[in-house]
Design a protein around this ligand. Structure first.
Ligand code: IPE
Ligand code: IPE
Ligand code: MG
Length: 262
């Protein structure tokens, strides 16, 4: 069904391994971790079993990304639309960050990973917030991979947040409307210090963004795979990075003189 989409990988690993030396390792990889529910249903398990299994994938993929030389890994953990799910599933998902950090924070610290979150934290339960705050605090000086969780995150909500912040400054006459440019808007998004993602991976077979990083993905390379997130392995990440290393990014321009497409 997906054969006509060259960007759609069915989960077959590509053997050639890109290396940091090739200079084609994406600095920032963002992942829409989808397919947990279907992974569980396929096994006759409740959907939450898929979310539980997902934590192991997060750990493995974090370390593999770090190993490959990726600098920032952003993971879509809960969207502003996921509140529409049954309360029992939402409650489970809201407790997951705490469980994840309880299991793996010590290891993340040992591996020099820096934990961050982006999203609307106002609806996150207190216990979860406490665990998240502690993780951020205890890893803030780490200089290794930045592991950025998008939690109660929505691309529309993020842009609205930026626009409101800027509108307030205009109202207070601290900036002129004419000085609003792309850089200013980007600076008022939720993770202004991070570069835009170079590579977006979506697991689980859907070919859509589901309100993820709409501003930042403007020129990101997109990679879709049918593999459900709990089944996503180190080899699958390598395949995506390898595919990325073969892409030619033009940003609306044309290829360098001297290359085959001139
Ligand atoms: C992704 O898996 C996890 C979250 C959205 C939190 P899903 O729960 O969406 O799994 P599917 O897409 O129903 O299989
Ligand atoms: C996107 O997955 C959100 C996360 C992975 C957190 P969804 O499962 O919520 O997306 P839709 O509903 O299929 O678009
Ligand atoms: Mg889904």
């Amino acid at each position: 069904m997906y054969d006509k989409f060259p960007f759609f990988n069915k989960g077959k690993a590509i053997q050639n391994e890109p290396t940091a030396e090739t200079g084609k390792i994406p600095q920032h990889v963002a992942i829409i971790m989808d397919g947990n529910g279907r992974w569980a249903q396929k096994r006759g398990l409740p959907r939450i079993a898929g979310h539980r299994e997902a934590m192991k994938t997060i750990k493995r993929i974090t370390y593999e990304a770090q190993h490959l030389g990726v600098k920032v890994l952003t993971l879509y953990a809960f969207s502003t639309e996921n509140w529409k799910r049954p309360k029992s599933e939402v409650d489970f998902l809201m407790r997951l960050p705490e469980q994840f950090l309880h299991s793996y924070l010590a290891e993340l610290i040992e591996r020099n990973v820096q934990v961050r979150v982006m999203g609307d934290m106002s609806r996150i339960p207190e216990n979860t917030m406490r665990a998240v705050r502690q993780a951020i605090d205890r890893t803030k000086s780490n200089s290794g991979l930045i592991l950025n969780f998008a939690l109660n995150y929505g691309g529309h909500a993020e842009i609205i947040h930026a626009v409101r912040t800027i509108a307030r400054k205009v109202q207070e006459k601290r900036i002129a409307p004419e000085s609003i440019d792309e850089q200013l808007l980007a600076n008022n998004l939720l993770s202004p210090s991070l570069p835009d993602p170079d590579l977006l991976i979506r697991t689980g077979g859907e070919i859509r963004l589901s309100n993820f990083m709409l501003w930042q993905l403007a020129y990101t390379e997109l990679y879709f795979t049918e593999v459900f997130w709990p089944d996503f392995k180190e080899e699958d990440l390598k395949s995506a990075v390898y595919e990325f290393s073969r892409r030619q990014r033009r940003y609306g321009g044309i290829k360098d003189k001297g290359s085959e497409n001139k």
